[in-house]
Design a protein around this ligand. Structure first.
Ligand code: FES
Ligand code: MG
Length: 569
C-alpha cells in the first residue's frame, strides 16, 4: 500500500476531507481519483512575459499525459516566472523570490511529487532551489532552445546580438538591417539558441541527474521535446512509489560531475552562482575554489556559441549532452543513480557522436583546458572568475592602468566620450554592480568597449567588475569580484590610473596600491545610499549573500522539508 502525502488532504473524513475534495471536483475529477493515486504537481513557469517559456502550457499537456498513463493525478500550477529580456532591473534580483514561490507552493499543497517545467535562465535554478528545500520526489523538464536563427544565409544566435550592436555602433550595419535581424534571430519557440545561461542550466540539471537523458539539447520545436515531457510525467509517478527524493539523487558526486560537464561544454559563468545556491539548499558542501580545482584539467568538448561556432540545434543533432558525458566518463562519478533509475554510465554509455566538429572526443578536444578560472588577490579576497574560453589569450597576463566607473550610469555617460583617456592596454573597472550594489548583480560585466577603440578594430580589452556577464557574452572579463564594492570590498577603493596586475595562469588579480594607501582611502569611502527601505528589495539587501556563496538569501539555505502539521479550517 502506498503511503501518500496527499492522503493527508484527500483521504480525510468529515468536514476537512469534504472541503479538500469538493472544490477540486469543480474541475470534473471523479471521486475515485482521490484514492491511492500519486498527485503530481506540474510546477509551470509559463508566462507570456517570459517568451522563452511561452510554450509551456502545451508542454504541460504532454507531462499530464504521462502522469495519467502511469496512474497519477496531474495538477498544473503557476509560480512566479522570470524572463531575462523584459524584467528590470535584472531577473537575478528576483531569483530567490521566485524560489520562495516554488518552495511554498509545493509544500502547502497536497502533492506527492513534482515536475518542474523550466527554461529561461533563472527559471531553472529558482525552481530547483525551491523544490530542493521541500525535498519531495522531483523531476525537471526543460523547454528546449530555439531553432538556429537565420538571416540572409547566415546563422544567428543570441550571442550575435553583442556583435551586431558593435557593428551597428561602428556603422557597419544599417538601422534597417539591425531591425530585420530581430525577427530572424528569435524565429521559434524556446530559449536562447546558444550555450548561454538557459542552455547551461538545461545541461546542469541533466548533469545533476534530475532530468531524463537528452533533456539538455532537444530543440523546443522538435516533437521529441514533448516525448521527453511525457516520459518524465510517467517517470515521476514511479519515483513517488520508489520514494526517490532530490537529496537521494543530488549528492556531492553529481555536483562534481556537473562542474566538470559545465567546463566541457563551455557553459556560462552564471552556472557557478546557481550551482552553489542549489547546493546550499541541500547542504552539499561546494565552494568557489571547487569550480577551479575540479575543472582545471577538463578539456573543451563542445564547439558552441558564444565560445565556439555552433548552436544548440546542432548540438542535439551531433548527439547532445549524452555524447559529451560519454566522452567525459573517465573524469566522472559513473555509478551514481539519476532520476531515470539508471546510473550515469547506464544513461550515457550508448550515446553516439554524429559530428566531431560539434562534439570533440576526449583525445582531440577543441581546447586543452576549459574550466572557469577563479582568481584571488587584494582586489578580490573571496575570488573573482573569468571564463578563459571566452577571453583573449594575449590578455591572460597583463599589467594596465584602471579607467574607473563608479556606477553603470557613469559608464554609459563617459564610455564613448572621444576625450576619455583610454587605450586597449587600459583596464576598465566598473563598481557597484554586485548583489547589493545594483541591487541584483546585473549582466553588465562584459562592458562594451569605447567606440573610439571599436572603430579602430579593437575587439577586446580587460574589464573588471563585481557584476555578472550574460552567458551569451564573451571577452576578457573578470566577474563576480567578491566582496563587492557596495559591501566595502577593495574594488570600491580603486582610483583612476591605479595599476592592476592580471595573471590567469597564476590565478592572480592584484591592485598595485599599498595597504597603507588603501586604508587611507577607506577612511573617506562611503557606500551609495540603499535604493529602497521597503518590500522584497529591502529584504534582498538585508539578507543576500555575496557572489562567491551563490547569492541566495542567507535564511533560505537548507530545507524545511515537506511536512505541514496544521490545517486551514
Ligand atoms: Fe530566455 Fe535567453 S532570454 S534564455
Ligand atoms: Mg541570459
Amino acid at each position: 500500500m502506498l503511503n501518500l502525502r496527499s492522503e493527508k488532504w484527500f483521504a480525510r473524513k468529515g468536514k476537512d476531507g469534504f472541503i479538500y475534495r469538493a472544490w477540486m471536483k469543480n474541475q470534473g475529477i471523479p471521486d475515485d481519483e482521490f484514492t491511492g493515486k500519486p498527485v503530481i504537481g506540474i510546477c509551470n513557469t509559463w508566462s507570456e512575459l517570459t517568451p522563452c517559456n511561452a510554450h509551456f502550457r502545451e508542454l504541460a499537456e504532454s507531462v499530464k499525459r504521462g502522469v495519467l498513463e502511469a496512474g497519477g493525478l496531474p495538477v498544473e500550477f503557476p509560480v512566479m516566472s522570470l524572463g531575462e529580456t523584459l524584467i528590470k532591473p535584472t531577473a537575478m534580483l528576483y531569483r530567490n523570490l521566485m524560489s520562495m514561490t516554488v518552495e511554498e507552493s509545493i509544500r502547502a499543497n497536497p502533492l506527492d511529487g513534482v515536475v518542474l517545467l523550466v527554461g529561461c535562465d533563472k527559471t531553472t535554478p529558482a525552481s530547483v532551489m525551491g523544490a530542493c528545500s521541500v525535498n519531495l520526489p522531483m523531476i525537471a523538464v526543460s523547454g528546449g532552445a530555439m531553432l538556429t536563427g537565420k538571416h540572409q544565409g547566415r546563422n544567428l544566435g543570441t550571442s550575435d546580438l553583442w556583435r551586431f550592436d558593435a557593428e551597428n555602433k561602428s556603422g557597419k550595419l544599417t538601422a534597417e538591417e539591425f531591425r530585420m535581424i530581430e525577427g530572424a534571430m528569435c524565429r521559434s519557440r524556446g530559449h536562447c539558441a546558444v550555450m548561454g545561461t538557459a542552455s547551461t542550466m538545461a545541461c546542469m540539471i541533466e548533469a545533476l541527474g534530475i532530468t531524463l537523458p537528452e533533456n539538455a539539447a532537444i530543440p523546443a520545436a522538435d516533437s521529441r521535446r514533448k516525448v521527453l515531457a511525457q516520459l518524465s510525467g510517467r517517470r515521476i509517478v514511479d519515483m513517488v512509489k520508489e520514494d526517490v527524493k532530490p537529496s537521494d539523487i543530488m549528492t556531492r558526486e553529481l555536483f562534481e560531475n556537473a562542474v566538470k560537464i559545465n567546463a566541457a561544454i563551455g557553459g556560462s559563468t552564471n552556472f557557478m552562482i546557481h550551482l552553489m545556491a542549489i547546493a546550499g539548499r541541500l547542504g552539499v558542501p561546494l565552494t568557489l575554489r571547487d569550480f577551479d580545482h575540479l575543472a582545471k584539467d577538463i578539456p573543451l568538448l563542445a564547439n558552441l556559441e558564444p565560445s565556439g561556432k555552433y548552436f544548440m540545434e546542432d548540438f542535439y543533432y551531433a548527439g547532445g549532452l549524452p555524447a559529451v558525458i560519454k566522452e567525459l566518463l573517465p573524469h566522472l562519478h559513473g555509478t551514481v543513480r539519476t532520476v531515470s533509475g539508471q546510473t550515469v554510465v547506464e544513461n550515457n554509455q550508448n550515446a553516439q557522436c554524429y559530428n566531431r566538429d560539434v562534439i570533440a572526443s576526449l583525445d582531440k578536444p577543441f581546447q586543452q583546458k576549459a574550466g572557469t578560472a577563479v582568481v584571488y588577490g587584494n582586489l578580490c579576497k573571496d575570488g573573482a572568475v573569468i571564463k578563459p574560453s571566452a577571453a583573449s589569450p594575449h590578455l591572460m597576463k597583463h599589467r594596465g592602468q584602471a579607467v574607473v566607473f563608479e556606477t553603470i550610469e557613469d559608464y554609459h555617460e563617459r564610455i564613448n566620450d572621444p576625450d576619455l583617456d583610454v587605450t586597449e592596454d587600459h583596464i576598465l573597472v566598473l563598481k557597484n554592480v554586485g548583489p547589493k550594489g545594483y541591487p541584483g548583480m546585473p549582466e553588465v560585466g562584459n562592458m562594451q568597449l569605447p567606440a573610439k577603440l571599436l572603430q579602430r578594430g579593437i575587439t577586446d580589452m580587460i574589464r573588471i567588475s563585481d557584476g555578472r556577464m550574460s552567458g551569451t557574452a564573451f571577452g576578457t572579463t573578470f566577474l563576480h569580484v567578491s566582496p563587492e564594492s557596495a559591501a566595502g570590498g577593495v574594488l570600491a577603493l580603486v582610483r583612476e590610473g591605479d595599476w592592476i596586475e592580471v595573471d590567469v595562469e597564476e590565478r592572480r588579480l592584484h591592485l598595485d596600491v599599498s595597504d597603507e594607501e588603501l586604508e587611507k582611502r577607506r577612511e573617506t569611502w562611503k557606500p551609495l545610499p540603499e535604493p529602497t527601505d521597503r518590500g522584497y528589495v529591502k529584504m534582498f539587501l538585508d539578507y543576500v549573500q555575496q557572489a562567491h556563496k551563490g547569492m541566495d538569501l542567507d535564511f533560505l539555505q537548507g530545507s524545511s522539508g515537506s511536512e505541514v502539521t496544521r490545517d486551514s479550517h
